[in-house]
Write a protein that binds this ligand. Structure first.
Ligand SMILES: [Zn+2]
Length: 348
């Protein structure tokens, strides 16, 4: 069958013949009808991948990770899709059996491989491509094959706003409205944002963002971006998306959130070779929530007393020493003693 073949990283690309894939028992053979170029595995073939040493690639390689097509054949144990179904490809390919996969949080699967992005995994820029059944999603009838190739980015932004726990009327700022950021504008609108502020260094991207539903735009690099944002949203934004992947934008994003705001930082930091500390990359890759804590409210007292009353919290287990009112100096000395930081000193 015919395929578009990469012969080296950053090297020539040709059309050539390769053998047709043979499905394993749980595999699906798809005839691609539309494949997105330039954003993922095709770009990897130009710049390389932080996951793969350059000498480990197997050439010729077939790229094309984001694809939509028709199921051509299925393995003997495939039950979820059938020949003729319209599907989209899903990457990473996950193991399906680890704890994270079983919980439905397969994006945390530690055993994942990247379709079309790992050595030996042939992508969709060919007449046929093979994936595990778990790595194809049936496509809704109303979505064309070409439009379907945008679904991964849009779905990522739906995932993002879902994790930000938004309610209709929320405000959001999006740092970086390239291909992914524009999908964020669509998602923010769908989730009912009342204000969508798009920030980018390119005016043409801001114009598209406005057409897609951004209510305000800021041209970055033309002044104090954060100050401009606070002119538009005096309280700051409830949900901040950092998609620009630029160190200065990350800093600005952290200064843009309102009280109780949520800052969403997306993956891909390492793939663009951005210098970030390891702990920061770990926060992103593990979907860790960092939540600031500042003081407390009445509700916290009421909840705590309820827990004490229910025997869930035992206040008497703490080390408490009592002093009489007139013994205040001893109490002050005990409280100030550097060796007894675990002591609660009470005058009663
Ligand atoms: Zn897994």
């Amino acid at each position: 069958m015919r395929a578009i073949l990469h012969h080296a990283l950053g090297g020539p690309v040709t059309i050539g013949e390769i053998e047709e894939p043979i499905p394993g028992p749980r595999d699906v053979i798809v005839r691609p009808k539309a494949v997105q170029i330039g954003t993922d595995s095709t770009r990897t073939m130009v710049v390389g991948s932080p996951r793969v040493k350059p000498e480990d690639w197997i050439f010729p390689h077939v790229s094309g990770r984001r694809a939509a097509g028709i199921v051509e054949a299925v393995g003997s144990e495939v039950t979820r899709v059938a020949v003729g179904d319209r599907v989209i490809t899903k990457s990473p390919i996950t193991c399906g059996v680890c704890e994270w996969c079983q919980r439905g949080q397969s994006n945390m699967c530690p055993h994942n491989t990247l379709y079309a992005n790992d050595p030996g995994s042939r992508g969709a820029l060919a007449e046929l491509t093979s994936l595990p059944e778990s790595s194809v999603v049936r496509l809704d009838d109303g979505i064309s094959f070409v439009e379907a190739t945008l679904l991964p980015d849009v779905a990522l932004m739906v995932h993002t706003y879902q994790r930000a726990q938004v309610i209709p009327g929320f405000t959001t700022v999006i740092y970086g409205v390239g291909r992914v950021g524009l999908c964020a504008v669509l998602a923010a609108k769908a989730f009912g944002a009342s204000r969508i502020v798009a920030i980018d260094t390119r005016q043409q991207s801001l114009d598209i963002a406005t057409r897609l539903g951004a209510t305000d735009t800021i041209l970055a690099g033309a002044g104090d971006t954060v100050a401009s944002l606070f002119e538009l949203l005096p309280e700051g934004a409830e949900v901040v998306l950092e998609l620009a992947g630029h160190p200065s934008a990350i800093g600005q994003a952290f200064s843009s959130a309102s009280h109780r705001g949520r800052i969403m930082v997306l993956s891909g930091l390492k793939s663009i070779n951005l210098e970030v500390p390891d702990w920061f990359a770990a926060v992103v890759e593990r979907e860790v929530d960092i939540r600031g804590i500042y003081g407390l409210v009445n509700d916290d007292y009421l909840n705590t007393m309820r827990m004490v009353g229910a025997g869930l919290i035992d206040l008497s287990a703490q080390k408490i020493v009592e002093y009489a009112f007139d013994d205040f100096q001893a109490a002050f000395d005990a409280a100030g003693s550097p060796g007894d930081t675990d002591l609660h000193v009470v005058v009663s």
